[in-house]
Design a protein around this ligand. Sequence first.
Ligand SMILES: *Cc1c(COP(=O)(O)O)cnc(C)c1O
Length: 300
Amino acid sequence: MSFKGVNNVIRGNLNTVRLSVKRDDLLGKGISGNKFRKLKYNLCEVNRLKISKVLTFGGAYSNHIYAASFVKKLYGIDVIGVVRGEELKSKIHDNPTLLKAQENGMQFHFVTREEYRRRKDQAYINTLRKRFGCFYLLPEGGTNSLAIKGCEEILDTEDKKYDYVCCPVGTGGTMAGLINSSKENQEIIGFSALKGDFLKKDITQLTNKTNWQLQTDYHFGGYAKINRELVDFINEFKRDTGILLDPIYNGKMMFGIYDLIKKEYFPKNRSILAIHTGGLQAIEGMNKLLLKKGMPLINI
Ligand SMILES: *Cc1c(COP(=O)(O)O)cnc(C)c1O
């Protein structure tokens, strides 16, 4: 197997298929990867509406919370992060993602898992508006129609030649953007980072096109769950290609792509473009957990 860099894409041969990696992880700093794509038009809208406060939702290692905190740091817009897990309140210093977000000036509102589940309820949003005043609401993971519009810019004309485009899936916004901007003869394959079958329905609601499918066997037990096999894979991939993968999204996607190639899922001579959506900031927090468990770490 050999990889060589061409612009920001790595190309290589794996048996009989060609696998390229689109390095969206190299896009932007702080607000990077797909979170850059998803925030772009939302921030234009915040600016247009002249709103000075944004409220959003996320979990302990959320790349979205991390990215949103830079909206305060870079643009001076107040950002409230409604964070899942009340117990995190006293553990900010153990959590590199939350610590950085706090340094950037994000205001946290820690809530129980029960309360967090109401994040899409209009009545609940109204109580948040009473508490925090007027704000621009960014849903969990930043997914809304403006986010999808931003993700439609991931694929450029060069990328139309690939037979398959692969991406990791959290809420499905990124995948929906890729589907919308794909050509009819391309197939978009999403690799779910979460356990459960609800994502298929979610994605169906985010796009009108049908040239896509969801792989649901590579979540490793659920969101942010990880095992030794995955850590080893991420470290081997880094050693062989020089490309670092995050353990929550891209590590699982790439593991899945390799597994499908091994199983000869892809017909001969087809080309695959894997979108590296970034998320590398989460590695530091994950390594802390791995250290506690006495497991091998992800080599940065
Ligand atoms: C948020 C995120 C995803 C998931 O994107 P969705 O649009 O929510 O599906 C994938 N990869 C990375 C690195 C992310 O931060």
